[in-house]
Design a protein around this ligand. Structure first.
Ligand code: ATP
Ligand code: MG
Length: 208
């Protein structure tokens, strides 16, 4: 098939991105290259079913940090579908929305080893496998395996280990430890500008 007649290949990387960090960006870039993806769309969630008990930064901050972090890469874009739909974010809805924006495209849903392990508990997981090829990437501290997942619908990709998590970035900012080089420079500056994560780990009794 000639390059011009092949179906568009679109990567979809869902996440809370609170904040986005280089682990997310390396994973997306490696999968883009491995599958020859035309574009990788980062989709910040509105409310994650598995993070209900946790305080999450306002969606507009998470969206803007994702835009800043992805702007330099011509193959990376950011979608507002989950934010604009609101309510609990389910991957099945994300994929339906992206599929209708890119009719006929092949979708590749990119997910870290921790999230891949939960996939069978996701809403409508069988239909998810029909809509998109799942790509699980390695993540330090999590075993990348696919017990019970349909073999033809899931690929596992080893990416350079980035032992970075948003949780750790928030903790660092909360205790005054730098996040330079863990997140893109513009994101460091955005976090500082809006005073994000400052209260994360400060004990309630602190009076300074
Ligand atoms: P939190 O600590 O708040 O859960 P996180 O670092 O896990 O944040 P998420 O926004 O939850 O980031 O993750 C979005 C997606 O990116 C998930 O599929 C997750 O598995 C994947 N991911 C996150 N960090 C990495 C990393 N360092 N390497 C590979 N994949 C990652
Ligand atoms: Mg996570």
């Amino acid at each position: 098939m000639s390059e011009s007649s092949r179906r568009l290949r679109i990567g979809v990387m869902g996440g809370t991105f609170d904040p986005i960090h280089h682990g997310h960006l390396v994973a997306a870039s490696e999968v883009q290259n491995a599958f020859g993806l035309d574009e990788v769309i980062f989709v910040p969630t509105w409310a994650q079913p598995f993070k209900r008990d946790r305080r999450v930064s306002p969606a507009e901050h998470r969206y803007l940090m994702t835009v800043i972090a992805t702007a330099p890469n011509p193959r990376f874009t950011v979608s507002r579908v989950d934010i604009d739909r609101g309510g609990t974010t389910y991957t099945i809805d994300t994929l339906h929305d992206i599929a209708s924006e890119y009719p006929g495209a092949e979708l590749y849903f990119i997910t870290g080893a921790d999230a891949l392990a939960q996939i069978l508990t996701w809403k409508d997981n069988e239909e998810i496998f029909d809509l998109a090829h799942m790509v699980g990437v390695t993540r330090p501290g999590h075993v990348l395996s696919d017990p019970g997942l349909p073999e033809d619908k899931v690929s596992l990709v080893e990416v350079p280990a980035m032992a970075i998590s948003s949780t750790d970035c928030r903790r660092r900012v909360g205790s005054g430890v730098p996040v330079w080089y863990l997140v893109p420079d513009g994101v460091v500056q955005y976090i500082r500008k809006y005073g994000l994560y400052r209260m994360v780990h400060r004990p309630a009794s602190t009076t300074s």
